[in-house]
Design a protein around this ligand. Structure first.
Ligand SMILES: Cc1cc2nc3c(=O)[nH]c(=O)nc-3n(C[C@H](O)[C@H](O)[C@H](O)COP(=O)(O)OP(=O)(O)OC[C@H]3O[C@@H](n4cnc5c(N)ncnc54)[C@H](O)[C@@H]3O)c2cc1C
Length: 459
């Protein structure tokens, strides 16, 4: 079977691209291949991630530039969600709750206060509040807390808790309605991609497919496919599993803590569960594992193949973990997953948000929490922050740690522009309609230019 374009991976990234191509281009012959029997069962599942639509307002390790890009992309998802709700009613795609980042102690309070002028301008809904107002929104933050402790928070009403698996379904279903000709191959595992002249041959366990362009949105597996075609050789993956602890409803909304600037992982936060707001989830932890997919032990070998066997990735790991802040952080996080001691150690982190929470109130959430494919750049021997996009000849590979679910439509926008180029502009992308439907007017760039991908190279 031959397609103009094939998307590999049916998580929120792949289905967002399927939707964008189906709704905003006149391309018809599209295929999507997913190895599991349904969409969004890996990192996009609500069991696997923190369900937050990240805008960059309360993530204190984002620079203002990073926040601008993430906001633009998260706004697209917000606009899609709100439109779906308006048209179809509440389908359980999202919950809207208050969201805040909490600074505790003199140093954190100063850092947060200093961020407010620029971030408050970018996010007009963001308010800076003190102890009394914090207590009105989240009484359990104050209960049992030392009255002398300095507190400050940035708070917004735009706390979107999203079921990204349901969102994947919504994208795929809408794509099917708009373009009944698309081919979806579920329960079909891609084994190999090879070049055959101007096309790609995609070998799967159900037979072969051909495509002129291939977009890989297979999470950490994307780097494995990139390397097999000769791209992304200087990258490795640090697979950072995140676990959660759950407790009763002790918070009304999302409460984030201040992030450690050096770390590309979200600091511990408390969030209402999207499908049951009477449960509060705390986490995620961040523990390195040697699998591309959490709970899928057959991905052990694939992990090492993707990591690379040379000396350079090892030197990168040594350099990264020789940083005292990173080393201590990783060590602490390994402990959090251990039985008995883990719960007691993690309770201290939760108490930074809810001081009076009791040990008996929380429990380790079994088989909850996926793994984030953090990119190691073996040239700089550093961890990269956020998602990576590797651009090849008529092919793109998307590697999506957090906030990859929040930026799914923005990434789809970038990829759609490229797909048009790959197919020699035989088809058209209605960017004006896309921007009118999904982009907040104040941030539409005057020239409709694509914002640069984080990693964009060819070799
Ligand atoms: C602990 C944790 C917390 C997170 N919190 C947030 C958050 O709050 N907000 C946020 O925006 N992001 C968050 N993320 C990140 C977010 O979950 C991911 O960025 C997002 O789900 C990635 O979507 P995806 O479609 O790219 O990947 P996935 O959802 O992993 O989908 C990839 C798909 O590719 C398929 N696939 C893989 N290999 C093959 C193959 N050989 N053949 C066919 N199909 C294949 C897989 O089966 C899978 O369905 C978090 C991640 C973790 C682990």
């Amino acid at each position: 079977m031959k397609h103009d374009v094939i998307i590999i991976g049916g998580g929120v990234s792949g289905t967002a691209l399927l939707y964008t191509l189906s709704k905003y281009t006149n391309l018809k012959n599209i295929g999507l291949i997913e190895k599991y029997s349904d969409y969004g069962l890996v990192n996009s599942s609500p069991r696997m991630n923190s369900q937050t639509l990240h805008f960059g307002d309360i993530e204190t390790n984002y620079t203002i530039e990073k926040a601008k890009k993430v906001k633009r992309y998260a706004d697209m998802v917000k606009n899609y969600l709100e439109h779906e709700k308006e048209v179809n009613g509440d389908e359980g795609l999202f919950l809207k709750v208050p969201k805040m980042v909490l600074a505790v102690g003199k140093d954190q309070v100063k850092t947060l206060r200093d961020r407010y002028p620029s971030f408050g301008q970018l996010f007009p809904g963001l308010k800076m509040i003190g102890r009394e107002e914090i207590g009105k929104i989240e009484p359990r933050i104050l209960e049992g807390r030392d009255p002398g402790q300095e507190l400050l928070a940035l708070v917004t009403e735009d706390g979107y808790t999203v079921d990204f698996r349901k969102l994947s379904h919504s994208f795929a279903e809408n794509a099917r309605i708009l373009n009944p000709g698309i081919s979806i191959y579920l329960s079909t595992r891609v084994e190999k991609i090879t070049r055959t002249g101007n096309n790609f041959l995609i070998k799967t366990d159900k037979g072969d497919y051909e495509a002129e362009a291939v977009i890989v949105t297979a999470g950490s597996h994307s780097l494995k496919f990139a390397k097999s075609l000769g791209y992304g050789k200087s990258y490795s993956i640090l697979s950072m599993a995140g676990s959660f602890y759950t407790g009763p409803k002790v918070l009304n909304g999302k409460v984030y803590t201040m992030q450690i600037p050096k770390l590309p992982f979200a600091a511990v936060h408390g969030d209402p569960e999207v499908n049951n707001e009477f449960i509060t989830r705390f986490g995620p932890t961040a523990k390195p594992i040697f699998f591309l997919e959490r709970y899928n032990y057959s991905t052990f070998w694939e992990y090492w193949k993707t990591f690379g066997f040379g000396i350079r990735p090892l030197l990168s790991i040594l350099k990264i973990s020789s940083d005292k802040v990173i080393f201590n952080y990783l060590l602490k996080n390994v402990v959090y997953d251990l039985p008995w001691i883990g719960k007691r150690a993690f309770l201290k982190e939760i108490k930074k948000i809810v001081p009076k929470i009791k040990l008996e109130e929380i429990k380790f959430a079994k088989r909850v929490g996926g793994t984030r494919p953090q990119i190691i750049n073996n040239e700089t021997k550093k961890l990269e922050l956020g998602e990576a996009k590797i651009l090849g000849e008529k092919t793109i590979f998307n590697i999506t740690p957090s906030p990859g679910a929040s930026t799914c439509l923005g990434n789809a926008f970038e990829d759609t522009v490229k797909v048009m180029e790959f197919l020699s502009n035989r088809f058209t992308f209605d960017t004006i309609r896309y921007e009118r439907d999904l982009v907040e007017p104040d941030l539409v760039p005057a020239d409709n230019n694509v914002i640069n991908p984080l990693i964009d190279f060819q070799h």
